[in-house]
Ligand binder design. Structure first.
Ligand SMILES: N[C@@H](CCC(=O)N[C@@H](CS)C(=O)NCC(=O)O)C(=O)O
Length: 325
């Protein structure tokens, strides 16, 4: 079982992601041992991580910040225990050590690994963010972001400030699922397959799929404001968290440089549009993003040097208002 993303490798040198372990669901109808209650759950994230960031974007979009608290770990992986050499997410020891990151307010642990160990004494998988934590039962509810965002979308509507925002509306579900599928394979997970490949062939294959998927997005976005029509959906948030990292990190660190995101006119303007959607921009911390990738993968960037550019201003004007929404 892989203990970190750096070990998730097939015999052919391709990156193979392992599935998340904690898969409980919160429900508002009382059918689960985890009912949707204000003040009961806490979201552990890293601002660096795209999977965790999509949960944070949802928390903000749905107006759930008063109901569900959150904490970010430090961006650069460190030793998680003195007794072995596992590297992973850790909390700062004070509020001022790393702006944006905070000490664990609930259990006072030093690493995310210790949280997993509190939740399960025989856990042997990866210690990943996001983690949705139940403060009442002192355990992990779920550590799979695709499920956490669905819960945040619907199950907290009695306490959400934006209960009417539905990013997974019934009439678009089939289209969203289909879009998520090729975007996950080609882009969200695709950039990791490019970056973590240890042989040329899996890299070549991953880059090909990545750019086919980006070209397909560009084409769709030349005709409509968002991926599934003229309203924002889950598919857009899932794409956004990857493409906001593209030129700053993936183009260099993961060797995704065949074409830059800012060379795709529609995708680039679309990224700005989503960044400027209320709640989304504040879920992006580019300093944490750059520090993490360039600083936590010594097999790819052994000296941990962080490239200076390109420092794109995603709050600058975009042209997406040309589509009605
Ligand atoms: N399937 C998970 C994936 C989460 C994930 O891979 N998180 C990465 C950060 S981007 C992580 O925490 N990695 C820790 C490690 O590899 O040790 C989800 O979507 O929630």
């Amino acid at each position: 079982m892989a203990r970190s993303a750096l070990d998730e490798m097939s015999t052919t040198g391709a990156f193979v992601r392992t599935a998340s372990t904690f898969r409980n669901l919160i429900s508002r109808d009382g059918s689960s041992q985890f009912p949707s209650e204000s003040g009961r759950y806490h979201l552990y994230i890293s601002y660096a991580c795209p999977w965790a960031s999509r949960c944070l974007a949802y928390l903000k979009l749905k107006g759930l910040e008063k109901a569900i608290s959150f904490t970010s770990v430090k961006p650069i992986w460190e030793r998680t225990k003195d007794s072995d050499d596992h590297m992973g997410w850790v909390f700062p020891s004070s509020d001022t050590e790393e702006p944006g990151a905070e000490p664990d307010p609930l259990n006072g642990v030093r690493s995310l690994r210790e949280l997993y160990e509190l939740a399960s004494t025989n856990y042997s998988g990866k210690y990943t963010v996001p983690v949705l934590w139940d403060m009442k039962l002192k355990t992990i509810v779920n550590n799979e972001s695709s499920e956490i965002i669905r819960m945040l979308n619907t199950e907290f509507n009695d306490i959400a400030e934006n209960p009417h925002l539905d990013l997974y509306p019934t009439h678009l579900q089939a289209q969203i699922d289909e879009t998520n599928d090729w975007i996950y394979r080609g882009i969200n997970n695709g950039v990791y397959k490019c970056g973590f490949a240890r042989q040329q062939q899996p890299y070549d294959q991953a880059v090909k799929e990545l750019y086919e998927a980006l070209d397909r997005c560009e084409e769709i976005l030349s005709k409509q404001r968002y991926l599934c029509g003229n309203t924002l959906t889950e598919a857009d948030i899932r794409l956004f968290v990857t493409i906001i990292r593209f030129d700053e990190v993936y183009a260099v660190h993961f060797k995704c440089n065949k074409k830059l995101l800012r060379e795709y006119s529609n995708l680039f303007n679309y990224t700005k549009d989503i960044y400027q959607t209320k709640g989304v921009g504040s879920s992006v911390n580019m300093e944490h993003i750059k520090k993490h990738y360039y600083g936590s993968h010594p097999t790819i960037n052994p000296f941990g040097i962080i490239p200076l550019g390109p420092n794109i201003d995603y709050s600058s004007p975009h042209d997406r208002d040309r589509f009605s929404s």
